[in-house]
Every structure is written in structure tokens, then in C-alpha cells.
Design a protein around this ligand. Structure first.
Ligand SMILES: Cc1ncc(COP(=O)(O)O)c(C=O)c1O
Length: 402
């Protein structure tokens, strides 16, 4: 059955951040909300039905995840991403952001360096700094239309930081990298070649890879997502891969994600941390919804990808034809678009004021993704075509009247 992604769903008054926090975040209610990374589409019917069915039971006591829960995840990874994983490798986490913090705390010490290629999803910086670790600056290379990894810069930053730490006769080192594949906010889906170079660099420098692959199911046709750990046994041994049905199936609020850790020693340490905070229980609705999504959601996802690709192509054409002052970085994956607004000649603060007060569109400010990004904003196009059309036409009008 074809899903109607054009259906308009009113999300206000559901305690959703995207629409119910507009006033608090942007000082205005009457704007088109295109910020935080969740979609305007209802989850697949089978997911909704699984929750309704479970809700009808009426008792929501302590619950465990059964074999089916794990089987659906490993079958999904095999079918969609050609990666054979064992059920035992999967550790539950009530979200990927908490898992990043657990990784920092399990596998690094105060004062150690963690590489955060930037621009980056803002919680990456917090996970490092909040626990007294040091962010190793490593900027992605912006080549006008696309981002790539600056391997020379990366090498230089790591060597410099390690030397500095040795000079101070500390035991500190650069110990971890936060990879994001597909990348939020630039939309890059790293190629196998790029991932091989990252993996080899990490092997040489004794760096653990934490790969946040939450957007891995949202990849457009001409691109191919590769889990870095699937490339070879050596990478598998030093990688922790974070996935979730949240972004894929409109269920971010169910806080149910999987941390895939093939290396048994790393897995034991990580599991102990999750268990020590009693966070391994999860919630009953997340469990049934995840199982239903991975078991029955593939056809829905295929339709979603077509819809999002139409949105993406329309948006790219629209900027190219009508708003040349703003350059979108073509997303290879994710429903997030990184907009280079330097052509408008505004400061970061003026740019946000322009988007919110003049154009009436709530977007994420570039500066929150890294200090070099104040000329950018991030726009979420995981919405109805009608919403996207209306946002782009009001944006065009506002640019003309700037
Ligand atoms: C790269 C990335 N990681 C993690 C998250 C959030 O993950 P979770 O809700 O599972 O904590 C997001 C949400 O926008 C994201 O873009």
C-alpha cells in the first residue's frame, strides 16, 4: 500500500520540541519549523499498530528484549547494509547521545583528546567537554560544493596534541574519534575509500572509532552507506557503531537504540556502564516499535526515500534557479540540508534574525555546529512537499526584499 507522505499532521500540543518549543527557542510561534532532526511523517502503520496493541494490554511492567528484537536488528543490517552482525554484539542504549557519553567515560580519561571532525552535531562537543576531555580540532575540508576529510590536517592535529601531551609528561593521548556516517550536518555519506583511510589512520595511532550511524538508512540512490566496521576485521575490532530506528521511522521519542560492539572486551566494559546506571531496561513501547519497524518497515522506507529525494532535488533546483545567494550543500544522505548563506553578507546573528523574523523559518544556527560555521544554517526537509514549497517561496521573497 502506498503511504501518503503528503498528509499534514498537526504536531502542536504533543510536547514536541519541533513545534511546541518554538517560542522558547526562537521567540516566535508563527514560523515554519525546520530545525531539530525529526520528520513530519507518521510512522509506518505496523509500528503504530504494535504500540496500540501493547498499550491495550494495560500493564507496562518490567520487560526484557527477546530474541526477535535482536534478530530483526541483525537481519536489517544484513539486508539493508550488507553487514553480518551477531546478536550478541548489540547492546541496548536509551539513545545514541547517552551512548557517546558512555564511550567517552569508558574508554578515555580526563585530559585525553577526542577528534571531532567539524562542523559537527552539537552534542559531540558536549560529550567531550562535559567530561573534561579535550576536543581535537579537525575541520572537514569545504570545497565550495562538498565537504571531504582533511587527512593532512587530521594527522597534523593528532601528532601535535600527542607531542604536547608527551612534553608535559602526562599519560594523556588522543584516544578516540567521533565519526558521523552519514554526516550531520553536511549530508556526506563517506565512501569506502575515505573510511579505509580513516580506519588505517586510527589503527596506526591507536584511536578508537565511535561511529554514529543514526542516519544510515536515509541515503539517496547514487550513494552507498558502508559501516566502517564492516570493511575488515581490524576495523571491526576498534569500532563501536551506533544505530537506531529513530530517524528512519519517525520514532526518535521512543529512545531505543543499538550500540554494535564486536570486540568482546570493549563490549563488556560498555555493557557494564549501561547496567551500572540501570539503563538497560528500556521501555516497552520502544521494544515493540523497533521490532515492528525493522520487521515490516522496509517498503515504507523505500517510499520515504523516494519522497525525500523529490524534496531534495526540488530544493536544490529551487536554490539554483531562484535564490543564488544561498548555496545548499547537496545531501548524499539525511534529510538535513547545510546551507551556505555567505552570499547574503550577514553576520551569524543577522542571518538567524533574517531566517526567523523576516522569512519566518526556524532553522538551526550554523555556529552551534562549530565556530567556523556562522555563515551557515541547517534546514530539515523531512517534511511535506507543500511545507517545503511554502518555506522556499517565502525565503525567496525575503531574500529579494533584504
Ligand atoms: C548524528 C546524530 N546523532 C545522534 C542523534 C540523537 O540520537 P538519540 O536521539 O538516539 O540520542 C542525532 C539527532 O539529531 C543526530 O543527528
Amino acid at each position: 500500500m502506498l503511504k501518503d507522505f503528503n498528509e499534514k499532521v498537526d504536531r502542536r500540543n504533543t510536547n514536541c520540541f519541533k513545534w511546541d518549543k518554538l517560542h522558547e527557542k526562537y521567540g516566535k510561534e508563527d514560523v515554519i519549523s525546520m530545525w531539530i532532526a525529526d520528520m513530519e511523517f507518521r510512522a509506518p502503520e505496523k509500528v503504530i499498530a504494535s504500540i496500540v496493541e501493547r498499550a491495550k494490554h494495560g500493564i507496562y511492567g518490567y520487560t526484557f528484549r527477546d530474541d526477535k528484537y535482536y534478530n530483526t536488528i541483525s537481519e536489517w543490517m544484513k539486508k539493508r547494509h550488507d553487514w553480518n552482525i551477531e546478536n550478541d554484539w548489540i547492546v541496548f542504549s536509551p539513545g545514541i547521545v547517552p551512548a557517546l557519553s558512555f564511550c567517552v567515560s569508558c574508554f578515555t580519561n580526563v585530559g585525553d583528546g577526542i577528534i571531532v571532525p567539524s562542523p559537527a552535531y552539537p552534542p559531540f562537543f558536549n560529550a567531550v567537554k562535559d567530561q573534561g576531555r579535550i576536543v581535537v580540532e579537525s575541520c572537514l575540508k569545504y570545497e565550495g560544493t562538498r565537504y571531504s576529510i582533511d587527512f593532512n590536517g587530521l594527522n597534523r592535529s593528532v601528532k601535535l596534541m600527542n607531542l604536547e601531551m608527551e612534553k608535559n609528561e602526562t599519560e594523556k593521548k588522543v584516544k578516540m574519534i567521533f565519526l558521523c556516517n552519514p554526516h550531520n550536518p553536511t549530508g556526506r555519506v563517506w565512501t569506502k575509500d575515505e573510511l579505509c583511510r580513516i580506519g588505517e589512520f586510527c589503527l596506526e595511532n591507536d584511536i578508537l572509532i565511535v561511529s554514529d550511524d543514526i542516519h544510515s538508512d536515509i541515503v539517496y540512490e547514487e550513494n552507498q552507506y558502508t559501516p566502517i566496521a564492516s570493511i575488515c576485521k581490524e576495523f571491526e575490532d576498534i569500532t563501536i557503531t551506533c544505530i537506531s530506528p529513530g530517524k528512519t521511522f519517525s520514532m526518535t521519542g521512543l529512545a531505543t537504540s543499538s550500540i554494535i560492539i564486536p570486540n568482546i572486551e570493549l563490549r563488556k566494559t560498555f555493557t557494564k556502564m549501561v547496567e551500572s546506571y540501570e539503563l538497560d531496561g528500556g521501555n516497552v513501547f520502544g521494544m515493540v516499535a523497533s521490532t515492528a519497524a525493522y520487521e515490516h518497515g522496509e517498503e515504507w522506507l523505500i517510499q520515504l526515500l523516494k519522497y525525500l529525494e523529490t524534496n531534495r532535488n526540488y530544493m536544490l533546483d529551487y536554490f539554483e534557479t531562484n535564490i543564488k545567494e544561498i548555496k545548499p550543500i547537496k545531501p548524499e544522505g539525511t534529510y538535513l540540508v547545510w546551507l551556505d548563506c555567505s552570499g547574503l553578507g550577514l553576520s551569524g546573528a543577522e542571518l538567524m534574525d533574517f531566517f526567523v523574523s523576516k522569512a519566518g523559518i526556524a532553522v538551526n544556527p550554523g555556529i552551534s555546529f562549530g565556530e567556523h560555521s556562522d555563515q551557515f544554517v541547517r534546514m530539515n526537509i523531512g517534511c511535506t512537499f507543500e511545507q517545503l514549497e511554502s518555506a522556499l517561496s517565502t525565503l525567496e521573497y525575503s531574500v529579494r526584499n533584504l
